[in-house]
Design a protein around this ligand. Structure first.
Ligand SMILES: Cc1ncc(COP(=O)(O)O)c(C=O)c1O
Length: 410
């Protein structure tokens, strides 16, 4: 069982402020262990990696490589070489889309995305399709809300090269059945790209068990610092893909024939081939501390705690009867700890501003998924509350009390 009081002690911001922080899908708070790991790096080990042969540089390199190993273990990757550090999910997906467009996607091919996708997993594929003259298809979900392999069966063809979808929708909180989608993708030789921004921080994710090809996620949504994210890919595919950023550390050798200006590059091994230039070393080390923190709690416990809070929120929201409408499925088996809703005729921004006056932090708007809101016919978006390991039932009570006051029920 999670000891929330104990956990909250680790979060300076929760102790220093009175905020009721329910915007964890946007970014999470940071425990002291992460803050100290970053501070310790700068005060004791700061040097560039892979370049110096002096102790400091070797220590910094070791810590940065350990961070890749820790992340690899966390998602059950086959090897740490499959873990590429990026700035965030967005950058991971952009790098992947660009790289695939150079090698794997040709004119006339098809890319499948979904109406549930965050702009980060939508725009890169549309942009790549533009210049590769590829067709993009958009999968909509049925009344079941949740995406499974069967939703893709009628759309897929021999020309499908990539299917991209979110593991968990950042609007609906629904957990998609990515394993069954992987099966459908692989039947026609397509690759499955999973946006794990809302799943990796909140539940156990095992890339081998899911049989997916790529996974992207952000450190700052899982207790880590901003500016560090992950692109995981199957090693055999990554080996074959070209880099998209060029410069230092991603090459083993560069030969420039001055008379002909012919340039020959030998790329570095994975994952460095995709990590050009000085990386966010401190960010990687902070992410490593965040992953260790989550491992100590256990991802099953994290998931269970958030679903308990969600179940409790739904129970309390039922007191509001028809004044609240909830987006997404109510079936708890398919939900993560995230809830989007609207209140009677209130604009979501009015609701979020009202809650802010009670020091309750939630998000309002389209949550970077504007096409989904258009599809749902919600022109003003919605309010979203999203939980994490440090949230409590009394915080949910404060939320419901505040909403009731807005509705004039208290
Ligand atoms: C499902 C999903 N994908 C991608 C992103 C983008 O994450 P980042 O801004 O860290 O790149 C988010 C952020 O909210 C998200 O919820």
């Amino acid at each position: 069982m999670i000891n929330i009081e104990h956990i909250r002690e680790d979060f300076p911001l929760l102790k220093n402020t009175k905020v009721i922080y329910l915007d964890n899908a946007a970014t999470t708070q940071k425990p002291i262990q992460v803050i100290e790991a970053i501070s310790e790096f700068y005060s004791k080990f700061n040097a560039n990696i892979h370049r110096g042969i002096y102790d400091l540089s070797e220590e910094a390199t070791e810590l940065y490589e350990e961070a890749h190993e820790e992340v690899a273990k966390f998602i059950k990757a086959r090897s740490w070489e499959e873990v590429i550090f990026t700035r965030n999910t967005t950058e991971a997906l952009n790098i992947l889309a660009l790289s695939l467009s150079k090698k794997f996607i040709d004119e006339g091919d098809e890319i499948i995305v979904t109406i549930m996708d965050h702009h980060s997993n939508l725009l890169p594929w549309f942009k790549v399709a533009e210049y590769t003259k590829t067709k993009v298809k958009v999968i909509k979900f049925s009344s079941r809300w949740r995406l499974t392999g069967s939703d893709f069966e009628n759309c897929i063809s021999e020309r499908t090269r990539v299917i991209a979808l979110p593991h968990i929708s950042n609007v609906l909180g629904v957990i998609n059945d990515v394993k069954s989608v992987a099966k459908v993708a692989h039947e026609v030789g397509a690759l499955l790209v999973v946006d794990g921004a809302q799943s990796v921080p909140h539940m156990p994710v095992d890339v081998r068990e899911l049989e997916i090809d790529f996974l992207a996620f952000s450190g700052h949504k899982m207790l880590g610092p901003t500016g560090i994210g992950v692109l995981w890919g199957r090693e055999d595919i990554l080996e074959d893909l070209p880099p998209v950023l060029y410069g230092g550390d991603m090459v083993k050798s560069v030969l420039l024939e001055l008379s002909t200006l012919k340039l020959s590059i030998e790329y570095n091994d994975l994952p460095w081939k995709f990590e050009a230039g000085t990386p966010n070393i401190a960010g990687g080390i902070g992410l490593c501390a965040a992953v260790k923190y989550l491992e100590r709690i256990g991802m099953n416990e994290v998931h269970r705690h958030e679903r308990d809070l969600l179940r409790y929120t739904l129970k309390r929201f039922s007191e509001l009867e028809d004044k609240v409408s909830i987006l997404g499925p109510l079936d708890m088996h398919k939900k993560s700890g995230l809830l989007s809703f609207n209140l009677s005729s209130y604009d979501p921004f009015v609701v979020a501003s009202w809650l802010a006056t009670d020091n309750i932090a939630v998000r309002a708007g389209f949550h970077c998924a504007q096409p989904l809101y258009k599809y749902l016919g919600l022109d003003n978006g919605s309010v979203r509350v999203s939980f994490y390991i440090y949230n409590t039932k009394s915080e949910v009570d404060a939320l419901v009390d505040s909403v009731k006051r807005l509705l004039g029920e208290k």
